[in-house]
Design a binder for this molecule. Sequence first.
Ligand code: CTP
Length: 397
Amino acid sequence: MLKNKNIILGVCGSIAAYKSAILVRLLVKAGANVKVILTADAANFITPLTLATLSKNPVYTQYFEADTGVWSNHVELGLWADFMIVAPASANTLAKMATGICDNLLTAVYLSAKCPVFVAPAMDLDMWKHESTRHNISALLSYGNQVIKPDSGELASGLYGEGRMAEPEEIVSFLTGLVQSTLPLLGKKIMVTAGPTYEAIDPVRFIGNHSSGKMGFALADHFAALGAEVTLITGPTAEKSNYPLTRIDVVSAAEMLKACKANFPAAEITVMSAAVADYTPVTAAEQKIKKNTSEFSLELKKTEDILATLGQMKTDSQILVGFALETENEEAYAKAKLVKKNLDLIVLNSLNDKGAGFKKDTNKITIFNKSSEKTVFEMKSKTEVAEDICNEILKLV
Ligand code: CTP
């Protein structure tokens, strides 16, 4: 959930600042990019070196570092962040945030930030209960900030009650829960096919194609990043996914057909980007074929068109997306395939476009929908193309 997210962690002067080290560690482990801002008092509780080492980024403490002459741009930091967490948030900083006082870098970044802001207060129980703190918390909530409530327990003062900063694990799960709840494909079951298929001629030879699987893996990863439960059915490929998804490895068109038919009924969305062999040897020799003759011919039979089969199985609530790889009459062929195979969208790759096609890291696509509406995209990386395809699918969800 937090992979590649930019997070500003603001740390205030509180004994709970020791927990910030664990928080940074957990955020970095979850794949986030973390930049820490310490208030002057916080630096008395935890050293910038500890947090810089854990976050793998310089720690910010003031607008202007007199010894280095470096000026930290609070606006840039605020705009960089996908999330800002203030943990521990002291009563003093909460009051400044509630009233717009920005006399230090942390509060100036807060005022500049456009991202969701979370505060995890830490203070003595009477300070937490005080009318002015209640008032400040209400103000922060009314600005759309989120408050991760403190826990009850023994406090640094020796008193017992509410005021202990939430544990770093709770803060991370609060954040991931919130990110998760905003994902547009949360819990959606999506099936994706990728890569080539290999059709055996004998135990050592096969008929294959140049598909690398990059497009299908980029799609599967993007769907998973948006919260979908992805089943990725892939032919032989060196590609790897960075997301937790169900991967089913197949070799031949027949194996891919079997896996697709078994998984399709549960899939709410299916995207077929695999380059499936159209023909397969009528029989695969059991032993290696020897080169005894000067000529050799191979009898091939048509494979079953998996996409067309799924198009027949499709119910009204399912979305089916196919690809068309063409070298001539591109639009006409793509539109005909959309109708013939009962698809909701077809993604056209034309090998006449530079930067499109197999093995490349880029692709150039045109998408047609059932109403024959056409959307043309620029040449982009396959990751960006996956995002474009996903956005077109989201219009149908
Ligand atoms: N496809 C499939 N099963 C096959 C062949 C193709 O599921 N046996 C799917 C591909 O995954 C792709 C789409 O059909 O989504 C179009 O593939 P393409 O090779 O462009 O076209 P074909 O339908 O095979 O037609 P032709 O080769 O005649 O252009």
